[in-house]
Design a binder for this molecule. Structure first.
Ligand SMILES: Cc1cc2nc3c(=O)[nH]c(=O)nc-3n(C[C@H](O)[C@H](O)[C@H](O)COP(=O)(O)O)c2cc1C
Length: 231
């Protein structure tokens, strides 16, 4: 199985420890590729819209974005990790998600994403992990991934791993390892009802717009080439 991990922080702290505990039992026999943000994508989306209107190779940050996207496409399991910052995911994770908008259902979805399984690992000093997880899950859904499991850890005892009691650390590690058990063997993800609906709705939109366009947009050409719409 191929696993791609997107680390939403470069800090080798609590998020890192949780991710390592999750990957522990998955290392043997699997290929794991990891990206660390912002190191592996040190730019915000600049809003040029070249990806939408000309093609993603024209993104000024394509040298960073395309290898990450290719790795996600080639993986069977996608792992996203993030500490909670201001109740949401980190800015650097959001920056990657912004760069992937061109592959949202409404633009140029890749059907390989429909079969992926994904895991979101987050941690916060408090208990509110939902906002950060939702940031990532919303993007995953629009990218076509339905099979998403989330693990949110409330650290509670401190923000540094060394400050957590051995009992708390043990509880956290056990939770991450328990979740990993589900992914020991390969199984393709199922395309859920929400993704099916988004695809059907966006297909209807493209089908309606394409015949009216004088020059086909890059998005509509893509849908046509895929055989998802007809002229
Ligand atoms: C800028 C910043 C904002 C934070 N915002 C929150 C927050 O809104 N809620 C919360 O519970 N913890 C918050 N925290 C605490 C982090 O979630 C916590 O430090 C992190 O989970 C530790 O993981 P790390 O060691 O991988 O950085 C924040 C931390 C930072 C640095």
């Amino acid at each position: 199985m191929k696993i791609t991990v997107i680390n939403g922080t470069e800090v080798r702290g609590c998020t890192y420890k949780i991710k390592e505990a999750f990957l522990d039992s998955l290392r043997a026999g699997n290929t794991i590729t990891e990206f660390y943000l912002p190191k592996d994508l040190p730019h915000f989306c600049c809003g040029c819209k070249s990806c939408f209107l000309i093609g993603e190779a024209h993104c000024p940050h394509s040298a960073f974005v395309l290898p990450i996207w290719e790795s996600l496409l080639n993986a069977d399991l996608l792992v996203f990790t993030s500490p909670v910052y201001a109740l949401r995911t980190t800015g650097q994770m959001k920056s990657l998600l912004d760069h992937l908008c061109v592959r949202w259902m409404v633009h140029r979805p890749d059907d390989r994403m429909f079969k992926k399984r994904a895991v979101i690992l987050t941690d916060a000093i408090g208990v509110f992990n939902g906002g950060a997880q939702k940031d990532i899950q919303t993007s995953l859904r629009w990218l076509g991934v339905s099979d998403v499991k989330r693990l949110g850890i409330g650290l509670l005892e401190g923000v540094y791993w060394k400050d957590l009691s051995p009992k708390r650390r043990d509880q956290i590690v056990k939770k991450a390892r328990r979740l990993a058990r589900r992914y020991r063997s390969f199984r393709p993800g199922r395309k859920g009802i929400k993704v099916r609906f988004l695809f059907a709705a966006t297909r209807a939109m493209h089908q309606m717009l394409a015949p009216k366009e004088k020059t086909l947009s890059v998005d509509n050409r893509y849908w046509l080439e895929k055989g998802w719409i007809k002229l």
